[in-house]
Write a protein that binds this ligand. Structure first.
Ligand SMILES: [Zn+2]
Length: 306
């Protein structure tokens, strides 16, 4: 597991956290979601059950989910810890302890109400959106992982939370509501349900990404959110990828995108941004570096502008 070959390998989170602590020093508070008492775990489980089917939650955490039993019975325990990371981050923003909060193992954007998909068991961003709404805030969800944020899209479809996904259309999950499934640029937007989907081509690179980010800025202007939820997938980064799906983005594109988020958060959200790492399959270098770049850019811009 520690060699970086497993898709959600914790080494990515560890390295990204170290980079951020190096860059931002004592401005960073590191919270370990595993470091919590029985009472909190019980409470967390209750909230998890409010987002997902209760039987699915029970089986997944207990290691009796028939999908994972046998070879990966403990996957649910790890997934629960990842979910709790986003719960802590959400609480910190609602309580006012933090403006910018980052869970490198968060934004499990493919998970659905009663099943997991694409390395995602529990949909922490859907939880966060609902928790912010319950706190009286108006969230907006933006996802620039190379794969479409289909779980978030479907689970929030009946809500008023706008979701925006910028992805390579020809890749997983091949969902006709979000993906064109061909190598072409396309926009599958439906403003009547507050859902927006930008399809890029494979190998498109920074220019197409930046164009979609500019269009996203205009969508954010329409909604004026109180908090921005960001699935900051690093799997679009150019270079060798163990999934072999290249969007060809570079640090320039990611930095541009991060600056856009920071400026909109300053304009509408009092700087409130919740960031989840989502996908990233270059665990020893590009993924943690990209996450650290995005998070530190957003944090620094917000600190400067506040
Ligand atoms: Zn991805």
């Amino acid at each position: 597991m520690g060699d970086g070959t497993q898709p959600t390998n914790p080494i990515r989170a560890k390295l990204a956290t170290e980079l951020l602590v190096n860059q931002l020093g004592d401005q960073v508070t590191v919270v370990d979601p595993n470091n919590t008492d029985e009472f909190m775990v019980g409470l967390d489980r209750l909230y998890l059950g409010a987002v997902h089917d209760k039987e699915y939650v029970q089986q997944t955490i207990d290691g009796t989910n028939p999908v994972w039993i046998g070879n990966k019975p403990r996957v649910g325990e790890a997934a629960f810890a990842m979910f709790r990371g986003t719960m802590r981050a959400t609480d910190a923003i609602i309580d006012g302890h933090a403006k910018v909060a980052f869970n490198p193992q968060g934004a499990k954007h493919h998970a659905r109400e009663n099943f997991g998909a694409g390395f995602c068991a529990f949909n922490d961003m859907v939880y966060a959106a609902k928790a912010f709404q319950a706190a009286g805030l108006k969230p907006l969800y933006l996802d620039w992982d190379i794969h479409a944020g289909d779980g978030v899209y479907h689970m929030l479809k009946g809500s008023t939370v706008p979701t925006i996904s910028i992805h390579v259309g020809a890749t997983y999950p091949h969902d006709p509501e979000l993906n064109v499934s061909l190598d072409e640029r396309a926009e599958l937007h439906d403003p009547t349900i507050d859902k927006y989907n930008f399809n890029l081509r494979r190998y498109d690179g920074d220019d197409a990404f930046i164009e979609a980010i500019d269009k996203t800025a205009k969508i954010i202007d329409e909604y004026r959110p109180d908090v921005i939820l960001l699935a900051a997938g690093a799997d679009g980064h150019t270079g060798d990828s163990n999934l072999g799906l290249l969007a060809n983005y570079t640090a320039k594109g990611f930095e541009y995108a991060a600056n856009m988020v920071a400026s909109k958060a300053l304009e509408y959200s009092q700087g409130r941004v919740l960031i989840g790492g989502a996908g990233g399959y270059q665990p020893l270098k590009e993924t943690p570096e990209t996450w650290a770049l995005v998070v530190s850019t957003i944090y620094n811009q917000i600190k400067k502008g506040a």
